[in-house]
Ligand binder design. Structure first.
Ligand SMILES: [Cu+2]
Length: 343
């Protein structure tokens, strides 16, 4: 993990030097979003701001896969799970449809609202080898944020995000399992759709660009307070996300991204869940430290009647994961999205 952080630090410094040296005559210019890499890789949220009076509508689709078992940093066999639990998870997929609206009442302030629909599926099996599938789907939490521009000069921008996540997502998702005698029972923590708590979102972004390169970094945290109606609270999350992009044409850029993320353990517990049933029903098997990398493309229409229409695609995969207790292992995440902005 240390080596990866070192590589990341060197990349950050090298890009900044490259950007600073490339064209000194443009140093007085402002940072601009009017280019394909004017937006971050499509998986990143809150990476850009808008000009006064500008609207943006966006749709993103994310597909995340998890498969195989992990204990801390190590892969384990199901027999290790069955020593302590009745059921072992096999794989889980999460699909997310996100709809977002952005509006800038001033050049300094951009407002952002995002709602999403989740579709989760977990395959698991009992010690006796009986396979079964659990599903949950519906709206997740509603996120409302303000993005405030703190600096925009020398082709660099700094902006902060302050927001709230309103618990519109259900924490009462139920399904029939192999162990529930055909009854609907409450599903484990990762299968729920919302946090059930009012959460704070806070982030700071730094963006820089030159004629052909751009760089961005975002430090973000999701801070959760209190306890939900089921007497628990998901762990806080802290993320450092950095990306670089190369503008290959006026309409196309290619990006690379590295994200370090820490999620704390769940506190409290839902007393309707049996913590001996499946690892995901036990709060000690929650939270992780991960490093994820991603490669992607952005396209942008710079002129004509579809001006400011964007498409982005990113493929991301973990290069390091250290989970608390026993959890499913993260595999790839694919994100794609369309964004359209207008005055
Ligand atoms: Cu936008």
């Amino acid at each position: 993990m240390k080596n990866i952080l070192k590589v990341l630090a060197i990349l950050v410094i090298a890009t900044n030097i490259a950007i600073a040296q490339e064209d000194p005559s443009t140093n007085s210019q402002k940072w601009t979003s009017a280019r394909p890499d004017g937006h971050a890789p499509i998986s990143v949220m809150g990476d850009h701001t808008h000009h006064k009076g500008e609207w943006m509508f966006g749709y993103k689709f994310m597909n995340m896969n998890m498969e195989g078992l992990q204990h801390g940093q190590d892969n384990i066999k199901s027999s290790e799970v069955f020593n302590s639990y009745m059921v072992a998870p096999k794989k889980m997929t999460m699909q997310m449809h996100m709809l977002g609206v952005m509006y800038a009442p001033t050049d300094k302030l951009t407002l952002m609202v995002m709602t999403s629909v989740l579709d989760k599926e977990m395959d698991a099996y009992t010690k006796m080898g009986m396979n079964f599938t659990k599903n949950s789907s519906g709206f997740s939490d509603l996120k409302i944020s303000g993005l405030y521009q703190l600096l925009n000069k020398n082709r660099q921008q700094v902006h902060a995000q302050l927001g709230v996540s309103i618990p519109t997502g259900s924490i009462e998702e139920k399904d029939v399992t192999a162990m529930s005698n055909k009854m609907q029972v409450i599903l484990p923590y990762p299968m729920q759709l919302g946090s059930g708590t009012l959460d704070g979102l806070i982030a700071i972004n730094y963006l820089a660009q030159s004629d052909y390169l751009s760089f961005g970094t975002q430090l973000k945290s999701t801070l959760r307070f209190g306890e939900n109606d089921r007497d628990y609270r998901f762990g806080n999350n802290y993320t450092l996300n950095s990306w670089m992009a190369y503008k290959a044409a006026s309409w196309l850029s290619m990006s690379a991204r590295v994200e370090g993320s820490i999620t704390d353990e769940i506190s409290g517990n839902n007393s309707s869940l049996n913590p001996m049933m499946i690892p995901a029903a036990n709060t000690k098997n929650s939270g992780a430290k991960t490093i994820t990398t991603g490669v992607g493309i952005n396209t942008y229409i710079p002129t004509g009647s579809f001006k400011n229409l964007r498409f982005g695609l990113e493929y991301a995969f973990p290069v390091y994961q250290d989970v608390n207790g026993i959890q499913l292992e993260k595999e790839e995440t694919i994100t794609l999205g369309l964004q359209y902005s207008f005055h």
